[in-house]
Design a protein around this ligand. Structure first.
Ligand code: ARG
Ligand code: MN
Ligand code: MN
Length: 299
């Protein structure tokens, strides 16, 4: 893919409680993202970090939605910037920041597609609404918000809702789902490959089915990759680690298959937290996955 890529960093940490995930974009830059993608022949522009406001102290915790106002405000700006990148005909490569950034990124990107698809690699489903969330953390809600479910301050970002349809989503790698999320996945019939299906069928079948499922009914696929999809033994720098996850080997293979399919139009790599990491290995894995997504071959 000799692509035009625009890197945008989002130092967002308001969607959860751990300090350090705001340093994720710079950890990924330090791991050489721009240089490595350029070595593949991509033209890469880095528009640096989008400023994220601070939480208005205390009063900001509305109805099981930590930092709601600040997250909503940041989401509008993220949407605006993502919109601009797509308009400029460049591929948005978005570096998080916690996963709440997906509310804004999908809002800005989906405007440009009639039927945007999404592949969501994650230990979690991020499909909570305030009524089902065990934590009040908005990073556990972005997919629900994109579906139009939850608080209107989140579902209405960028002036329209919903951003995406349930039949255009594939979840991959789940192993920690809250009860309300399980109900919602079943009710909406969302295509889901938990770790059980990955172990049973293998990553090749899972990816080929996912791509075939989305191919004809969508006009572009957004990749949302939470680094906690990987097993914490290999990617420990995340705030909500869950054992029994994807190996780096499986994850890289998945990226290689996505490259071959050539339908991904935008991507975000989220939840990298260098404070919780060992020698930046999680950010380095993220960059290796990006290389495979943009066409790096082993031979
Ligand atoms: N993007 C993430 N890492 N999300 C973790 C969410 C964890 C849990 N399901 C919650 O809603 O609080
Ligand atoms: Mn997760
Ligand atoms: Mn997530």
């Amino acid at each position: 893919m000799e692509k035009n890529i625009t890197i945008m960093g989002i130092p967002m940490d308001l969607g959860q409680r751990h300090k350090g995930v705001d340093l994720g974009p710079d950890a990924i830059r330090y791991a050489g993202v721009k240089e490595r993608l350029e070595m593949l022949g991509c033209k890469v522009t880095d528009i640096k970090n989008i400023p994220i406001g601070r939480a208005e102290q205390l009063q900001d915790d509305e109805a099981n939605l930590r930092n709601l106002k600040a997250v909503a405000k940041a989401s509008e700006e993220i949407a605006r910037q993502a919109d601009q990148i797509v308009k400029s005909r460049s591929f948005p490569l978005i570096l998080g920041g916690d996963h709440s950034i997906a509310i804004g990124s999908i809002a800005g990107i989906s405007k440009h597609y009639k039927n945007l698809g999404a592949i969501w690699f994650d230990a979690h489903a991020d499909m909570n609404i305030p009524e089902t969330s065990p934590s009040g953390n908005i990073h556990g809600m972005p997919l629900a918000a994109s579906l139009g479910l939850g608080h209107s301050a989140l579902t209405g970002i960028y002036g329209y809702a919903p951003k995406i349809k349930p039949e255009h989503i594939v979840l991959i790698g789940q192993r920690d789902l809250d009860e309300g999320e399980k109900d919602l996945i079943r009710k909406l019939g969302i295509k889901t490959y938990t770790m059980h299906e990955i172990d049973r069928f293998g990553m090749e079948k899972v990816m080929c089915e996912s791509i075939a499922y989305l191919k004809d009914k969508t006009d572009g696929i957004h990749l949302s990759l939470d680094l906690d999809a990987l097993d914490p033994q290999e990617a420990p720098g995340v705030g909500t680690p869950v054992y029994g996850g994807l190996s780096f080997r499986e994850s890289r293979f998945a990226m290689e298959l996505l490259h071959e399919a050539d339908t991904v139009v935008s991507a975000e790599f989220v939840e990298t937290n260098p404070i919780l990491d060992h020698r930046n290995k999680t950010a380095r894995k993220a960059v290796q996955l990006m290389e495979s997504l943009f066409g790096k071959k082993l031979l």
